[in-house]
Design a binder for this molecule. Structure first.
Ligand SMILES: [Zn+2]
Length: 349
C-alpha cells in the first residue's frame, strides 16, 4: 500500500549570474511586498545595497534590516520577541550565520523564507534545519524549508576560494553518509528511503563530472548542495547527508581549540571514514586532488591528537545513530590511517 507523504520543497529556485539584482522581481511575482531582511554583519555596504536596490525598484518595502552577529538560540529568540510577524516574507542574505538565523525566524513567524546565499560553504542554505548554538554547543534545530532559493553564481564565485573547498568537502560526505545509512539498515534495521539516498548520491556525481571553480562549476556545486537539502526533506532526517564523517566534525567542534570550517573538517573526515568503510576512497582522493582541496588543508594542517580525541567522542554524539564507527572499535584503524596513509599524512601535524 502506498503511504501518502507530504514533501516540502522550494517553489522558487534561481541559480544564475545576476540573480541578486532580480530579487525584487521574484518578490513582487509572489506578492512579497513587505519583507524583513537579515544579512551577514561582515558584508560591505555596497553588497547589501545591491539587494535593497533590487527590492526598492519593485516597491518592495523593507520593514526591518538587521545585521546578524550571533547564531546563539537566545539571541535569535530575543530577535523574535523584539519584532512582529507582520511581513509577507523573510530574506536571509549572506553566509552560514545570517541564513541560519533568518531561516529560524521565518520558522518561528511561520512566514515564507527566501534564502540568498553568497557562498557555497555547506548545504545549509536549502535545508529544513538551522544550525544554532544552544548554551555553548552548536545544534541542528528543526526549521523551515526555504520557499525560495536565489543563488547568484557570480556572487558566489567572488567569495574566497576556501569557502568553495568547504562546500566541496560537505558535498562529498554524501558518499560516506549513504554508506553509513545502508550499514545502519543491515545492522539495526534503520529504514532507508531509497529515493532520498538516490538523490543524495546523484547530486555528488553531477558535480564529479566537472569539478571546476568557475561560473558553471558554481552552478553545479550549488545545485548539488541544494538537492542534498531536498533529500533531507524527502526522508525527514539528516541521514542522506550526514553520517560518521559529520559525527567526527561535530566532535571536533567540541574538542578543538580552534574549530575550522565545517566542510573542511567534514571533507577530510569523509576520506578517513571511506577508508574504514572500504569504499570510494580513491574517488574522493582524486576529486580532492583535482579541486586543490588537499593543498588547502596541507597549508594549515589539522592537529592529529585533536582528531584522535574527536574520533573517540564521535560515536556518542548522537544516540540511536548507527554508523561505521558503531560497527567495531575503529580507533586503532584511525590512528594507523592518520599516521601512515600517504594522503592524510600531509593533512596532519
Ligand atoms: Zn554538512
Amino acid at each position: 500500500m502506498l503511504i501518502p507523504k507530504q514533501i516540502v520543497i522550494p517553489a522558487l529556485v534561481r541559480v544564475k549570474p545576476g540573480a541578486l539584482d532580480r530579487i525584487g522581481i521574484y518578490a513582487e511575482r509572489h506578492a512579497f511586498m513587505r519583507v524583513k531582511l537579515f544579512f551577514s554583519q561582515d558584508f560591505e555596504e555596497e553588497v547589501v545595497a545591491r539587494l535593497t536596490k533590487s527590492l526598492q525598484l519593485r516597491n518592495v518595502q523593507i520593514l526591518q534590516k538587521t545585521a546578524v552577529e550571533s547564531v546563539s538560540f537566545e539571541k535569535v529568540t530575543e530577535l523574535f520577541r523584539q519584532s512582529s510577524g507582520n511581513a509577507d516574507a523573510i530574506i536571509g542574505f549572506g553566509g552560514g550565520k545570517a541564513l541560519d538565523v533568518a531561516k529560524y525566524l521565518a520558522f518561528l513567524f511561520r512566514l515564507p523564507y527566501l534564502s540568498v546565499p553568497t557562498s557555497l560553504s555547506n548545504d545549509g542554505f536549502c535545508s529544513p534545519q538551522s544550525s544554532l548554538t544552544v548554551g555553548d554547543r552548536r545544534r541542528a534545530l528543526p526549521s523551515a524549508m526555504p520557499f525560495g532559493v536565489i543563488l547568484d553564481t557570480a556572487v558566489c564565485l567572488d567569495a574566497p576560494e576556501i569557502l568553495w573547498h568547504s562546500g566541496v568537502g560537505d558535498l562529498v560526505s554524501k558518499f560516506t553518509a549513504v554508506t553509513d545509512w545502508k550499514m545502519a539498515f543491515h545492522a539495526i534495521g534503520t529504514p532507508v528511503d531509497d529515493f532520498a539516498a538516490l538523490l543524495s548520491d546523484a547530486s555528488v556525481h553531477q558535480f564529479l563530472g566537472r569539478p571546476k571553480r568557475d561560473l558553471e562549476g558554481m552552478r553545479l556545486l550549488g545545485t548539488a548542495l541544494l538537492l542534498n537539502g531536498i533529500s533531507m526533506s524527502i526522508c525527514g532526517s539528516s541521514r542522506p547527508v550526514s553520517g560518521s564523517e559529520h559525527l567526527i566534525s561535530h566532535a571536533l567542534d567540541r574538542v578543538s581549540k580552534r574549530p575550522r570550517l565545517h566542510g573542511l573538517q567534514v571533507g577530510v573526515a569523509t576520506y578517513l571514514m571511506s577508508l574504514l568503510q572500504g569504499q570510494n576512497s580513491e574517488r574522493i582522493a582524486e576529486l580532492f586532488d583535482r579541486t586543490g582541496f588537499w593543498q588547502t588543508i596541507a597549508r594549515h594542517p589539522f592537529d592529529r591528537l585533536e582528531w584522535l580525541e574527536a574520533a573517540r567522542v564521535a560515536p556518542s554524539i548522537k544516540s540511536d545513530f548507527y554508523t561505521v564507527l558503531s560497527s567495531r572499535d575503529c580507533l586503532p584503524e584511525i590512528k594507523t590511517a592518520l599516521h601512515s596513509d600517504p594522503t592524510l599524512c600531509e593533512c596532519f601535524r
